[in-house]
Design a protein. Structure first.
Length: 382
């Protein structure tokens, strides 16, 4: 019988049961789930194994690669700078990064990057992992590139470019890397066990990601000039690159964050609680409200499904995330299923991380199952 460790209040026992069932069935290898309710961690659960051979148990402090759930941290970093007046959402990116004006991008605004509407959803090929690992090269290539559609008119998910763009903002206005900024301004003050990349001292507690076998590929017959194909082929990171020293040492603010559910819930609860968490005010209520200023609402040019994009996060929409009610809720998910949901109406933050990657564009079936149980416990009809 699988043992799920950690704590959960009585109303959230079905969440514990769901995690136990997925671990017992083998769908889940190792995972952690956290639910913060207005500053109280009512769910802090973990279980299973940190390796495919099932020789290493998943511990309380086990970390795991987050894939695109990393973007929730990068977007929070950008919002902190907006709140401090260092970034203006409506100013051209070129105001902070003059080289970015090349290629007809002089009117692309900061908000377009955060909302995936800048037209830079991938790198122009040829672009390799060596290029991605080299910060100056990756930034210079985006600065020189022409948009793939008219900025601000539609969203096209910036699968691997968004972290580079946000990271460049951080470097230009603070003189620090995104990794440093997240560590010193978010993770440290909020006592959140999250980071961009992974410090070498933490490698022994990083669980290995286990691919689902469904890595993105280009279906035959698609137009090679389409945003989908150009984005996929112009985003070189794949499953085989993770859990390597180069990956962990890199600063890839869209894809190579590391953390666990507790750490993500602690960090992102600052949004659910309208700017304040762990005794620290990180954002003003007005800045938090800006997240819900709809920037794009329609079929995303890369994801191929309807997404309502606010600033830095997708907004609650049953078309996008099953099991989630409508309301003042924002979220994002990573390849394989990890996810964070920030519910401002209920002051609830849900986070989930795992090492066996599941299938699905925005969260796996397991992700949706856990979210459904959380909202059932909260008494919210879906």
């Amino acid at each position: 019988m699988v043992t799920v460790e950690g704590t959960s209040t009585a109303r959230f026992e079905p969440v514990r049961a769901a995690l136990a069932a997925h671990l017992e069935s083998g769908e889940e290898l190792g995972a952690s789930i956290a639910v913060d309710v207005d500053g109280v961690m009512e769910v802090d659960l973990w279980g299973g194994h940190a390796d495919a051979a099932r020789t290493a148990p998943w511990h309380r402090d086990t970390l795991v690669g987050l894939w695109s759930t990393t973007k929730t941290l990068s977007s929070l970093a950008a919002l902190v700078l907006v709140d401090r007046g260092a970034l203006d959402l409506h100013r051209p990116v070129a105001h902070y990064w003059p080289e970015f004006a090349a290629g007809g991008k002089g009117d692309v605004e900061v908000r377009h990057v955060l909302a995936h509407t800048s037209g830079l959803s991938g790198w122009q090929r040829p672009f390799t992992m060596d290029d991605l690992y080299d910060w100056p090269t990756a930034s210079a290539r985006l600065a020189a590139q022409e948009p793939w559609w008219k900025p601000g008119t539609a969203s096209g998910y910036h699968m691997q470019t968004q972290g580079q763009l946000v990271g460049e903002f951080v470097r230009r206005v603070t003189g620090r890397t995104l990794t440093e900024f997240v560590e010193t301004e978010i993770a440290g003050p909020l006592e959140a066990d999250v980071q961009i990349g992974a410090r070498e001292a933490d490698w022994p507690r990083v669980a290995a990601l286990v691919p689902s076998g469904g890595a993105p590929d280009v279906p035959p017959g698609l137009d090679p000039a389409s945003v989908f194909v150009r984005t996929l082929l112009g985003s070189p990171a794949r499953d085989e690159h993770v859990d390597t020293p180069r990956w962990r040492r890199a600063e890839l603010g869209a894809v190579n964050g590391h953390g666990n559910a507790r750490g993500l819930a602690r960090a992102l609860s600052v949004i659910s609680r309208r700017g304040e968490a762990n005794g620290l005010r990180l954002l003003s209520p007005d800045t938090v409200e800006k997240i819900f200023d709809v920037q794009a609402d329609g079929v995303d040019l890369f994801l191929g499904v309807p997404v309502r994009w606010g600033l830095g996060y997708a907004l609650a929409d049953r078309r996008t995330m099953p099991g989630m009610p409508t309301g003042t809720i924002c979220f994002w998910a990573g390849w394989g299923g990890s996810a964070v949901v920030m519910d401002l109406d209920r002051r609830v933050t849900f986070a989930y991380t795992m090492n066996r990657l599941g299938a699905g564009i925005l969260g796996s079936e397991r992700t949706h199952d856990y979210i459904g149980h959380v909202y059932e416990a909260l008494g919210t009809a879906n």
